[in-house]
Write a protein that binds this ligand. Structure first.
Ligand code: NDP
Ligand code: 2IT
Length: 475
């Protein structure tokens, strides 16, 4: 009865479950049972459901080979339930003297293999479901790095865009005044994510130190003058390209000479573009939330950095300063960067920014590799479309793991009170990314899913965490 393994409509499901004659004979698949439980227990959190579904679907082969043991230990129920969720009020005063109130979040998802580790997102779209999807992904990503870091994520619906430095500082100080009770160098180590860069981490670190008196590696992505690691700024984008290079090499292809579409114009996108150029490829697009750039001459990274990192301006300023660039307004034209004919696509902005229609366009235009710089930027149907059409597809929890891996290297440097050279950190990062690719490639092959890097990443990430959770008993 293969239907029991797929989805049944909720009405049929309820009837089947309540039928006392059927109950004994027909047990639902444990994977499906846990997914239904997640949906029922976490209403109105679609991104969290999506992240859980993708992971559980991949784990089906692993779980079903040992289903009774996993079920008895409630291993899946435990892994989809955060160890702790901290929700708090963040009041601060704006430049007009008006009090503003934001929601603060920190989800400490899983500490089986190390202290909670993961970024802080500051964006108006942030809610508990978004933080839970990110925290859940982070468990498997951090496991894939091979370093001792557990999964966590946090943030706020505060929007740093358009705020003065003083307002950003007021928010960050208030945020940490509550959060400092729950974090620490050996318990939970936050870092940057969308809207949280060097400026925000600096203000947060200062407030943590003032409140606790501790000069410790409680945050990563710190400035170089106070304990930051060389190459952390570049790490996510650089790591993405190291992994792509290895994935192409192992599939008989090469990066040099290829055209690349990148989305986003933030930390990940900028350094992905820079490394792609260093490796001989030609990135021709970037984007922000209002528009996108097509620059057939190749993106000018120095100009992009000036516009985004220094001026914190819109991409219209990039187009104004660069004759070869075309600016496209997303709302007015209804287009995006995935309409450009390229060989490789690297979504580096945000979740669900590449949908089935985009995937069809990219495939029709001859794209042969897609790797996620952002977290879950590709919808599930778009991912399946790429895979069915022979496109090499690497999921974010593997391809963007270079950021958190380098954060873990920053933690190591802080612990030994030393700092390593750029070359040292960069070469460790490259090794980590190459190892990640081979881990997920091997895991996919071992389970008869060769070339399915989504399954490979989820399985390889899961097995280490599951083993640690099992060894540590019911906690
Ligand atoms: P930044 O804030 O530096 O940049 C984000 C970029 O994406 C900006 O260009 C922003 O445009 C755009 N963007 C953000 N939200 C949206 C949206 N809702 N719609 C359209 N565009 C949007 O963030 P990062 O570069 O650090 O993060 C990008 C992605 O990479 C995220 O998914 C993050 O979780 C992931 N990531 C980040 C890591 C890191 O080390 N920083 C590590 C691993 C993953 P605008 O400025 O107009 O909002
Ligand atoms: O999504 C991510 O991996 C990050 N935002 C980086 C987290 C970190 O702790 O460096």
């Amino acid at each position: 009865m293969s239907e029991t393994k797929g989805r049944l409509c909720p009405f049929v499901m309820e009837n089947l479950k309540n039928n006392k004659f059927l109950k004994e004979d027909m047990k639902m698949s444990y994977v499906d049972e846990v997914y239904d439980l997640v949906v029922a227990k976490n209403p109105a959190q679609p991104e969290f459901h999506q992240a859980v579904k993708e992971v559980l679907e991949s784990l089906r082969v692993v779980i079903e080979a040992n289903e009774e043991k996993y079920r008895k230990d409630a291993l899946l129920e435990r892994i989809v339930t955060p160890e702790r969720q901290i929700l708090f009020r963040v009041p601060w005063v704006d430049d007009k003297g008006q009090v503003q109130v934001n929601n603060g979040f920190r989800v400490q998802f899983n500490s089986a293999i190390g202290p909670y580790k993961g970024g802080l997102r500051l964006h108006p779209s942030v809610n508990l479901g978004i933080i839970k999807f990110l925290g859940f992904e982070q468990i498997f990503k951090n496991s894939l790095t091979g370093l001792p870091i557990g999964g966590g994520k946090g943030g706020s619906d505060f929007d740093p865009k358009g705020k003065s430095d003083r307002e950003v500082m007021a928010f960050c100080q208030s945020f940490i005044t509550e959060l400092y009770k729950y974090i620490g160098a050996d318990t939970d180590v936050p870092a940057g994510d969308i809207g949280t860069g060097a400026r925000e981490i600096g203000y947060m670190y200062g407030q943590y130190k003032r409140l606790t008196g501790l000069y410790e590696g409680v945050l990563t992505g710190k400035g170089l003058s106070y304990g930051g690691s060389l190459a952390r700024t570049e790490a996510t984008g650089y790591g993405l390209l190291y992994l792509v290079e290895e994935m192409l090499k192992c599939n008989g292809k090469e990066l040099a000479g290829k055209t690349v579409a990148v989305s986003g114009a933030g930390n990940v996108a900028i350094y992905a573009i820079q490394k792609a150029q260093q490796l001989g490829a030609k990135p021709v697009t970037c984007s922000d939330s209002t528009g996108w750039i097509y620059d057939p001459e190749g993106i000018d990274v120095a100009l992009l950095k000036e516009v985004k990192e220094v001026k914190r301006a819109r991409l219209t300023e990039y187009a104004a300063a660069r004759p070869s660039a075309q600016y496209h307004d997303k709302a007015k034209e209804g287009t995006n960067q995935w309409s450009v004919k390229v060989d490789i696509a690297l979504p580096c902005a945000t979740q669900n920014e590449l949908n089935l229609e985009d995937a069809k366009t990219l495939v029709a235009n001859g794209v042969f590799a897609v790797a996620e710089g952002a977290n879950m930027p590709t919808t599930m149907d778009a991912t399946e479309y790429f895979q069915k059409n022979g496109v090499l597809f690497c999921p974010g929890k593997a391809s963007n793991a270079g950021g958190v891996a380098t954060s873990a290297l920053e933690m190591s440097q802080n612990s030994e009170r030393l700092s390593w050279t750029f070359e040292e950190v960069d070469s460790k990062l490259k090794n980590i990314m190459v190892n990640i690719f081979h881990n997920l490639d091997d895991a996919a092959k071992k389970y008869g899913l060769e070339g399915n890097y989504v399954a490979g990443a989820n399985i390889a990430g899961f097995l280490k965490v599951a083993e640690a959770m099992t060894a540590q008993g019911i906690v």
